[in-house]
Ligand binder design. Structure first.
Ligand SMILES: [Ca+2]
Length: 376
């Protein structure tokens, strides 16, 4: 459902209620001087939304669609650590001082583009390097009057490289990258000094059949969940049932598919019972605007479930900013339980092509978290 643009004028403040007349005090020699009631100063209602000044923000329809301007009135974010498992580190000026060049888990030197296997430099290489940069910027870009506005402008991002220069991902690299991101030990790599509470996986594992969750990926998801980290995954872009994909089809994953600005499923977006909710992923010609160093004019507007998932990750980080001890299960409950109903109750005319609980609603999720002391 389209959301009213933030330029909608606010209702005028209600006039102050008339004060009841106070009967005169009985006259007596010791009576204090008569006190006349003073009309209170008119009270302005709290602002209904907060609008960043970043020049790309007026085109960031995706943020309005999930009610972030309303959510930012409740919280402007917090220093929550988020891992982005993707194409690797880019020194985005939107994340200065808040992005970590984590670890490069790409084992195969033929696909790493840096001449070696695993190493401590997670720098992105090649034509897909922008992918991790855009995902991280969507989650955490600064509200600094430049470029775009991110969802949690105080979040810290650890870039973990799991995709080769070909954009593909091998299961052992993904599994070790997930464990490392959450702070679990991985043979051959030092412990992650910045363990993440949220793992954004805008990807699926390649080189395996798309017939269900890979048991190695499931084991890694279960381990990081037990460590207290929520795994958020994109549903993938094949217009197919996401149950066949890893991690989208795995248990303990918040699987996110794309919706359009109108809250419906674009044809590319995967669907089905393993999808938890929808978030803006855009369409060709109406993508998700984002800052990108390598993009023309320092920006690009890609579309896909890769760019839907970080909306849920970013909002989950807002929840952790106000309730730092929320479990992965409660984060999931808050994000799905407050989702905006799809138009007519479903994202697609075919009921089996379902998109989960509805469209992500940052304001409602944050209100629900703030309404309880759970996780405080
Ligand atoms: Ca910015």
């Amino acid at each position: 459902m389209p959301i009213a643009p933030p330029s909608t004028p606010r209702p005028a403040p209600a006039p102050a209620p008339a004060l009841p007349e106070i009967p005169p005090a009985p006259a007596s020699p010791s009576a204090p001087p008569e006190i006349r009631p003073v009309a209170p100063a008119p009270v302005s209602p709290p602002p209904a939304f907060r609008l960043p000044t970043d020049p790309l923000f007026p085109r960031q329809w995706d943020l309005r669609a999930i009610r972030l301007p309303e959510a930012w009135v409740l919280s402007r974010g917090g220093p929550v650590t988020v891992a982005v498992l993707d194409t690797g580190y880019v020194a985005s000026p939107e994340l200065t001082g808040r992005v970590v060049n984590g670890y490069d888990f790409v084992s195969d030197p033929r696909r790493s583009g840096d001449g070696t296997g695993r190493d401590a430099d997670a720098s992105g290489v090649g034509e897909y390097a922008y992918h991790a940069e855009v995902v991280a910027n969507l989650i955490a870009a600064a509200h600094d009057g430049r470029g775009m506005a991110g969802i949690n402008p105080q979040a810290r991002v650890v870039q973990v490289r799991v995709a080769g220069t070909d954009g593909q991902i091998d299961v052992p690299d993904l599994v070790d990258g997930m464990k490392w991101a959450a702070g679990l030990p991985v043979s051959g790599a030092p412990l992650n000094p910045h363990p993440a509470r949220l793992l954004n996986l805008s990807l699926f594992a390649d080189f395996i059949p798309l017939t269900g969750c890979d048991r190695r990926v499931q084991a890694a998801i279960d381990a990081v969940t037990a460590k207290g980290a929520l795994v958020v995954a994109g549903a993938a872009n094949d217009g197919a049932n996401s149950a066949g994909y890893s991690p989208a089809g795995c248990r303990n994953v918040l699987t996110v598919t794309s919706v359009t600005e109108q809250g419906t499923r674009p044809g590319y977006a995967n669907w089905g019972a393993s999808v938890a909710l929808g978030a803006p992923g855009g369409e060709v010609g109406h993508g998700i605007p984002a800052s990108s160093l390598s993009g023309p004019g320092g920006e690009r507007s890609p579309n896909g479930t890769s760019f839907a998932a970080p909306h849920a990750t970013g909002v989950a980080s807002l929840l952790l900013g106000v309730r730092p001890k929320l479990s992965p299960a409660l984060l999931r409950t808050y994000l799905t339980g407050t989702a905006t109903r799809f138009p007519g109750g479903q994202c697609d005319p075919l009921p089996e092509r379902s998109c989960g609980a509805g469209t992500l609603n940052a304001e409602a999720a944050l209100r629900t978290a703030l309404g309880s002391s759970l996780g405080k």
